[in-house]
Write a protein that binds this ligand. Structure first.
Ligand SMILES: Nc1ncnc2c1ncn2[C@@H]1O[C@H](COP(=O)(O)OP(=O)(O)O)[C@@H](O)[C@H]1O
Ligand SMILES: [Mg+2]
Length: 341
């Protein structure tokens, strides 16, 4: 098969550059292309201003999409929308789900509708709007970022004065509304899912060991924790996989993660952040339908880590994501016949 690979590239390898934190390094795109090329012809398509024309002439049978997009609250949906327009099938969630999940409030509205637990929240367009939430601690986050962008250690707030000040900073610096959430103070997990329908599989749970953070840090997986305190040279021992959880809790976490995957209309693969409340019940923090997949195990990337714990190496993981998309699109048969040819 001819498999397109759509991606955005971080030219500057500085991981601490907040604005391109979401984009991929060349080594990640190389690793994905190498995996795909074990079984397919790979067509590289940088998701730049010429992406539409490149895809139009690509003759790709399917696209493996990891393009995070460039600007605005629908950036992750831009490439998928182009692919839909060109009627080229692609891996992962569709443009609607990608936009919904990037917006943390829209995601939570849908979870609330389906009765899936998630912390109470409020959206602020200006920092002087009335506050309805009452229970501290709370967290303030930009409404439509990912990769912990804007979620610095100090967004964990204990009173209204701190809350208003952080909220103002986020609205001004990130040019978007702020979402305020009641903080969950229990253990944190991230859950990788692979497949669709009855074939949807939960990979081994990853626990975020917040105790591994520096002593003075707040208990959250912040921008500092992700990009500054954890480096390949000096990795932070922050993830345990498979997580040590007893069966009842594991069942509850897997259950709400699968329910969230389905409620948001996710496809093929996804990584969902979950945290326990003070009674030990799990709740959804956010849904990542386009999770990072850094190939170097020392870079602490959660989806590949969970896949490794499930016995899949990196190429097998990439080909499984593609396989889920091919199966969903009824294209597995044509892979077989192109191999036989
Ligand atoms: N309501 C919350 N309660 C407790 N911790 C939270 C909450 N929201 C976010 N966090 C912490 O902040 C981290 C980053 O927030 P998240 O919503 O996952 O943003 P991102 O899209 O940047 O990953 C989480 O991994 C978690 O440690
Ligand atoms: Mg997250």
């Amino acid at each position: 098969m001819r498999v397109g690979l759509t991606y955005n590239l971080k030219e500057n390898a500085s991981l601490a550059d907040e604005h391109s934190a979401e984009w991929d390094l060349p080594e990640t795109i190389d690793a994905i292309a190498n995996a795909l090329s074990r079984e397919h012809e790979v067509i590289w398509v940088l998701a730049d201003a010429d992406a539409y024309e490149k895809l139009r002439h690509s003759r790709a049978d399917i696209v493996f999409n990891v393009a995070e997009g460039k600007d605005g609250p629908n950036r992750e949906a831009h490439l998928p929308a182009i692919l839909e327009f060109l009627r080229i099938p692609y891996t992962g969630s569709d443009s609607l789900t990608l936009s919904l999940c990037l917006n943390k409030a829209r995601t939570k509205e849908i979870l609330f509708y389906h009765g899936i637990p998630t912390p109470d929240f409020q959206v602020f367009h200006a920092s002087n709007e009335p506050l309805v939430l009452t229970d501290y601690p709370m967290l303030v986050k930009p409404l439509w970022e990912g990769s912990s962008i804007g979620i610095h250690d100090n967004v964990w707030v204990e009173n209204e004065k701190e809350l208003r000040s952080k909220m103002k900073g986020i609205i001004v610096q990130h040019h978007q509304p702020a979402i305020v959430e009641e903080a969950l103070t229990g253990r944190e997990f991230t859950v990788a899912l692979l497949g669709n329908g009855t074939q949807l599989k939960v990979l081994p749970l990853v626990e975020v060991m917040l105790d591994a953070l520096p002593h003075e840090a707040h208990p959250l997986y912040s921008y500092e924790a992700k990009w500054i305190w954890d480096t390949p040279e000096k990795p932070l021992d922050i993830f345990h996989c498979p997580a040590q959880v007893e069966d009842v809790l594991k069942g509850k976490i897997e259950g709400i993660a699968k329910a969230a995957f389905r409620a948001l209309g996710c496809r093929d693969w996804c990584r969902i952040d979950v945290r326990l409340d003070r009674e030990g019940n799990p709740s959804i923090l956010e849904v990542n339908p386009l999770p990072g997949i850094l190939p170097n195990p020392r870079q602490n990337s959660c989806f590949p880590k969970a896949a490794r714990a499930a016995g899949m190496d990196y190429p097998e993981m990439v080909l499984s994501i593609l396989g889920a998309a091919l199966e969903r699109c009824g294209m597995l048969e044509s892979v077989g016949s192109s191999k036989r040819r």
